[in-house]
Structures are given as structure tokens and as C-alpha cells.
Write a protein that binds this ligand. Structure first.
Ligand code: CS2
Length: 507
């Protein structure tokens, strides 16, 4: 195949980049040293924080902020990036224009199953100052306020951190991102104890505080002794956990995107990512040590991320989720198709106006109505094939963060949010439909428990009320104040009918 024999993007052929239709890298990748370890080097990080970091380096000439990217369970991203000297393109697709930019700020990549030692050693180096995280909601392994200590992988990681604190070498691989992070922090503490910053960039409420609580819950579970107590004291005094709000729509790369990039670049790029033009990063300015000048790259550094984070999670992510489930049920493949459907667009708009906007404080300099309009406009981008199934995955992890906190706020102020009940009803219908024996498999870490809620045979579910009751017993998803609300339960039952009317309008 022609594409397979085309030369692949690498440091050796950067000059060739500019002869095609591409730009970048904006700094000499070979001049960068590692200053950041990033956990979860998927498409989003490459299209977002890595680009901000390169722009900051270009603005200042500061070469300390190369990134070591850490992959998740598989080594596929290592295989994409390593043969390209970790260079990759961001194919920016606007409604009218496409542009390709090569980014060079990722300087190395590690797969924990093989490279836990490399990640640990890098986290411990005095020249590394920051760990950033995009490990998705499920990657945190949260149970209540802490990490789920009942999980075998967490217990194994705990044992490794103890051995690390004892100074043992040649340890096996860590199994969880937080476990590997704390192992690296333990070595950093033993080696030089320089201050450090852990910066979560995931779509969680108070992501900095959540990450801090998980790190501490793991460290506190270590065997009692001087090592543990000194580590905890150092973590409290010298490691900060700022919160941040991140925003850029970055759908999965398709073969068509790769072909388009090949045309623009004349080189093969197996690590290409795709993104919309819009990008935003709001960061709590609470760093224990040095950081890149991200504000020179357009990031907002602030003392309080909360109003931005709430507006983004509750308007953008919540509406994405509603459109994903209603859209998928109605046969729409992409978010752009779903928002182009007048009935779904109207439902989205109603939900934002009636149920979401009343719960939000206005972030400084932001008009919430304009923000709502710009979000809905971004969803219409027809060149960004963000699939409803991609946004719909991991619903059990996403609903609490983006929907159910808003439900609680509305219930507390004496309102029953019908639009949010519609979203919950759409999720339940989607799960039930997907888990039906003829449907595709459900992409959700709670799939097995959701299967029990749905019942192995649809006929066993006696009606909408019984179905809602079964879902509401999922304590990991529905907080007690939501599942105990008779009014909200009735609204979800009611909205199951509305889902059917929306997705089968002619029946
Ligand atoms: C989406 C987000 O897949 C999803 O759940 O809602 O990934 C969304 O595209 C980003 O948060 C946009 O910043």
C-alpha cells in the first residue's frame, strides 16, 4: 500500500514539514529537556496541554518543559510515537478550514507495564517539576473520598510503594496511574525531596482536591512507621495539587484524517490527533515549584477555577452526554448530526436554560448565555466526526460529575429538573438497549452491574418504574439525595416516555 511505504514523520525530516501544508514545531524538540511527566497520553493531552506547553516554550525560549508521556494499559501510543521521535500532528478542523501543526514538546513515552522504573526515576529527578493527568474518570479508581483500597491492583501498588520507600531496587511494574505516581513521589522524597506539583486535567469536580485525597489515601494506607509519616509530612508541605479546567473537543482519529494529513504533510503520521480550533485551559495558580509560562500561551491562571469548571462540566459535558444518548438512540452517528436534529437541539437548549444556568455562578468575564451559544455552535462543526458512541462511553463514571451534582442543586432549591431527568432516562434507555442480547457490548467499567440492573431478559423488567428503581440502587452512580428523591424518580420515569417520543417521533 502506498501509505505504508511513505516516509514517516521524525526529527530527521522536520524541514520537509514546511514544504507541505503544515507548520511547527514551534521550538526545536531536540533542545527540550524533560520537566513534566504526563499520565494518560491519549489524543486529548496531545491536542491540548502539549500544545499550550510548546507555545509557552516558544514565547519564552525556556527549554525545561519537554514531556514524558505515560500511556495506559496498552503500548499502542508508544508504537505510534516512538518511531516518530515522539513528533505528531494536530489536524485542526474548523467548520470551514483545516490546518496541520506538528508538535514536538512530547520528548519521550513510557508504557507502565514495561517502563515503571523509567517513570519513577523521572518523577524523582530534580529537573522534573510537574505531573499532569488525563487518565479519565475511571482511571482514578475512586471509592468515596479516597482510592478504592479493596482493588487488588491498588493493594499491589501499595506494596510496591512500601518497597520503594525502603529503597529496594528492581521492582515490578505498578498497575494504576495513582499507584505509579505515588511510587515516583516516594522516590522523589527519598532522593532530594524537592517540591512538586500534581496537576489533574480531567473532567472531574474539584479535580485537584480529588487527586490530593486519592494520593493521601494511598500514602496513609502504607504500613505505619517513620517512612510513611515523613512521606506524608513532605506531601503536605511540599506537593501542591492545583485544580484545572480543560476544554478542547478531540475526537478519535480516523483513517480519513490520516489520509488528509498525509496529503498536507507528505509524510506518514501514525500518531496524528484531530481537534476543533477552540481550546481553553484555566489553571489554579498554586504551584509548589517552577512551571511553564502557560499564561503566555493563552491559559488563564487564577485563584479559583470552580466557576469555570462548573460552567464547562454542566453546560458542555452535560449537553454532550444528553446529545450522545438521545442521538445514538435515534440513529445519529455524530454529535454534529444530533445537534442538527431540531427536536434534540430544542431539548438541549431547554435543559441548559431551565435546569443548568440557574445553578451557575458567572465566571469573571464570561456571559453564560454567550457561552451556551458558543458551546452549541461548536457541536455543529460538521468536519469533526465526534461519535455519539465515543461521548456515550463510561456513562456510569460521567453522569455523577456532569449531571447529578446539578440535579442535587436543583432539588435543594425546590425544583425538579425535567431536562436532566431526560438525560438520565436517555442513559438508562441507551444502557438497556445496548445490553440487550442482540445489541453491541457496553463500553463502561460498570457494565456487569448495569447488566444486573437491566436484567438478563428484558421481559423480566416489569415497566419503566421498576427499571428506574433498579438503576437508582447503583450507589456508585446515584448519590443518596438523588436516588431518595421521589420527585426526581417520578421525573425520570416520566422522561423514559419522552425519550421514546423523541427517538421514534412517528410511532
Ligand atoms: C466529552 C468530552 O467524551 C466526552 O465525554 O464530553 O471529552 C469533551 O469533548 C471534552 O471535555 C471537551 O473539552
Amino acid at each position: 500500500m502506498k501509505t505504508d511505504t511513505t516516509e514517516r514523520l521524525s526529527l530527521g525530516n522536520i524541514p520537509g514539514v514546511h514544504s507541505g501544508g503544515a507548520t511547527g514545531p514551534r521550538v526545536d524538540p531536540a533542545a527540550l529537556t524533560i520537566g513534566i511527566v504526563h499520565f494518560g497520553i491519549g489524543a486529548f493531552h496531545r491536542a491540548h496541554q502539549a500544545v499550550f506547553t510548546e507555545d509557552a516554550a516558544a514565547a519564552t525560549g525556556d527549554t525545561r518543559w519537554g514531556i514524558l508521556g505515560v500511556t495506559g494499559r496498552t503500548d499502542s501510543v508508544v508504537r505510534q510515537l516512538q518511531p516518530q521521535d515522539c513528533l505528531y500532528g494536530v489536524l485542526q478542523k474548523g467548520a470551514a478550514e483545516t490546518a496541520l501543526r506538528i508538535v514536538g514538546t512530547v520528548r519521550d513515552v513510557a508504557w507502565p507495564a514495561r517502563d515503571s522504573e523509567k517513570v519513577t526515576a523521572t518523577l524523582a529527578q530534580a529537573t522534573t517539576h510537574i505531573a499532569t493527568l488525563t487518565i479519565t474518570e475511571k482511571g482514578y479508581l475512586q471509592a468515596g473520598d479516597g482510592i478504592d483500597l479493596s482493588l487488588p491492583v491498588v493493594q499491589q501498588d501499595l506494596a510496591l510503594i512500601e518497597r520503594e520507600l525502603d529503597g529496594e531496587g528492581d521492582l515490578p511494574a505498578s498497575g494504576s496511574p495513582i499507584g505509579l505516581l505515588v511510587r515516583g513521589l516516594a522516590r522523589r522524597f527519598r532522593r532530594g525531596a524537592e517540591p512538586f506539583t500534581v496537576l489533574s486535567c480531567d473532567n472531574l469536580v474539584n479535580n485537584g482536591a480529588v487527586t490530593r485525597a486519592l494520593v493521601f489515601s494511598l500514602a496513609e494506607a502504607l504500613s505505619a512507621g517513620a517512612g510513611r509519616d515523613d512521606l506524608l509530612a513532605w506531601l503536605a508541605a511540599s506537593v501542591s495539587f492545583p485544580s484545572s479546567m480543560v476544554d478542547r473537543i478531540a475526537p478519535a482519529t480516523t483513517p480519513g484524517d490520516r489520509a488528509e494529513a498525509l496529503t498536507l504533510l507528505g509524510l506518514r503520521d501514525e500518531a496524528l490527533v484531530v481537534a476543533e480550533p477552540f481550546t481553553q485551559w484555566v489553571i489554579e495558580d498554586d504551584f509548589a515549584g517552577p512551571r511553564p509560562a502557560w499564561e503566555l500561551a493563552g491559559a488563564i491562571l487564577t485563584t479559583d477555577v470552580t466557576p469555570y469548571e462548573r460552567a464547562k462540566l454542566r453546560i458542555l459535558n452535560a449537553t454532550h452526554t444528553q446529545l450522545a444518548y438521545l442521538g445514538a438512540l435515534k440513529g445519529h452517528t455524530t454529535i454534529a448530526q444530533a445537534i442538527a436534529d431540531p427536536a434534540l437541539r430544542a431539548a438541549a437548549r431547554r435543559t441548559i436554560d431551565a435546569d443548568i444556568l440557574p445553578t451557575l455562578d458567572v465566571p469573571f468575564g464570561l456571559n453564560l448565555e454567550q457561552y451556551r451559544d458558543s458551546v452549541l455552535e461548536r457541536f455543529t462543526n460538521p468536519n469533526l466526526p465526534h461519535t455519539t458512541l465515543q461521548v456515550g462511553m463510561d456513562g456510569s463514571q460521567k453522569l455523577p460529575t456532569r449531571i447529578l451534582g446539578t440535579v442535587t442543586d436543583r432539588l435543594n432549591s425546590g425544583h425538579t429538573p425535567a431536562g436532566l431527568a431526560l438525560t438520565v432516562a436517555a442513559w438508562i434507555t441507551f444502557v438497556a438497549f445496548t445490553l440487550h442480547k442482540d445489541g453491541p457490548t457496553l463500553d463502561d467499567p460498570l457494565a456487569a452491574r448495569l447488566q444486573q440492573a437491566v436484567g438478563s431478559d428484558h421481559a423480566a423488567v416489569t415497566g419503566p418504574a421498576a427499571l428506574v428503581d433498579r438503576f437508582f440502587t447503583l450507589g456508585d452512580v446515584f448519590p443518596p439525595d438523588v436516588s431518595a428523591s421521589a420527585a426526581f424518580r417520578a421525573a425520570v420515569v416520566d422522561q423514559l416516555g419522552e425519550v421514546q417520543r423523541l427517538v421514534h417521533p412517528s410511532d
